[in-house]
Design a protein around this ligand. Sequence first.
Ligand code: ACO
Length: 435
Amino acid sequence: MSNAAKGSAVITIPGHNQNAELPMLAGTIGPEVLDIRKLYNELGVFTFDPGYGGTASCESKITYIDGDEGVLLYRGYPIEQLAEHSTFLEVACLLLNGELPNDAEFAEFERGVTRHTMLHEQLRSFFNGFRRDAHPMAVLCGVVGALSAFYHDSLDINNPEHRRISAFRLIAKVPTIAAWTYKYSIGQPFMYPRNDLSFAENFLYMMNAVPAEPFKVNPILSRAMDRILILHADHEQNASTSTVRLAGSTGANPFACIAAGIASLWGPAHGGANEAVLKMLEEIGHVDHIPEFIDRVKDKNSNVRLMGFGHRVYKNYDPRAKIMQRTCHEVLGELGVKDDPLLDLAIELERIALSDEYFISKKLYPNVDFYSGIILKAMGFPTSMFTVLFAVARTVGWISQWKEMIEDPSQRIGRPRQLYTGAPMRDFVPRNRRD
Ligand code: ACO
């Protein structure tokens, strides 16, 4: 990997009689970056950046976000164009391999994924170990982690062929595991994958079909599903992706790393937000209650947030939210839902929030999760499956980022430092002499 150096910055710290000259780095687009790797050796100080809001943890060629302009690019291609013209599997190929595939390359990629959609039969028994009312994310996290116990033949992370097969296995098997977590929770038989269907169709089939009767996938719903998967496929160094990279930086196998990513995604501040949006809308219940709810959100002591609003990077409309809003209308139209009270509530909540000084001054706009819950609910997904769906899509981003990290020669184990504010060194006092 390389990055063009763009001059340097001289750091002077009061009380230190030395300067440090640190290189400035430039990416292809985006702000310049100050390379602080030599700072501690030269000046004996660390930087302090809880939440890493001002720190680039790696160099990456996969995804670019301009949060002020509301731009999201996968390998340089705007998300709007990919959502309109591409398919999830083609986007997966793009994210993993760097370029849009031609016909032969796509056929090979598709074959690679579909050859791995089935689970080892022994994995079926893992599901029986869970309570039927377990949260599907708990089951997904456990079963994906367990995959590392099944593929000893391909766990050498330094072998490119092993990395390739592991990527195929994860992209192909996570949807099967995800659908089976749902089938297990409702006591229906597991449906085996069908490789004659597209990625999105197969997922909807495994979720909704039963062996007792034929099942036809609605093309409008499978297109919506495909688009939702594209929108969630990658999002640069977010919490779960950084978790995958941090776990992977130790040399851990990719199945264990993706299980760590799933755990990180589960939280309501991240992938759990679409579930939280729906709960919030149900709690608000009626447009008349919105002003009172907004007052609670603005009250610093209430700890109530407008879920589906705000983002660490976007200080403008999340471009994915716009596509989601459009998809939401398409899906509800197809399903014949003329008046969805939750959608009406969401539209009114968004209108009020976007004209409220609190949200304007803090640059809080709808994020991808604001509308996704409404679509998924209309498509028949239970709320607890929303984050699982997110994980199905994000597996592509996680494994692409993991692969990029392993192939980066400058990669080292991730090991942040800290600003220690605990007790200074002191001597042990026996218990009978303590106050
Ligand atoms: N509702 C109300 N106020 C908010 C919200 C919100 N949703 N989000 C941020 N704020 C306020 C904070 O109270 C804070 O105010 P202050 O400066 O007066 O203290 C300010 O905006 C900045 O908030 P931070 O928490 O510092 O911003 P951060 O970048 O750390 O958080 C996050 C980003 C976690 C996404 C936050 O906006 C949030 O909790 N949103 C709701 C949950 C959500 O929708 N998550 C999905 C994110 S997208 C994704 O993962 C796919």
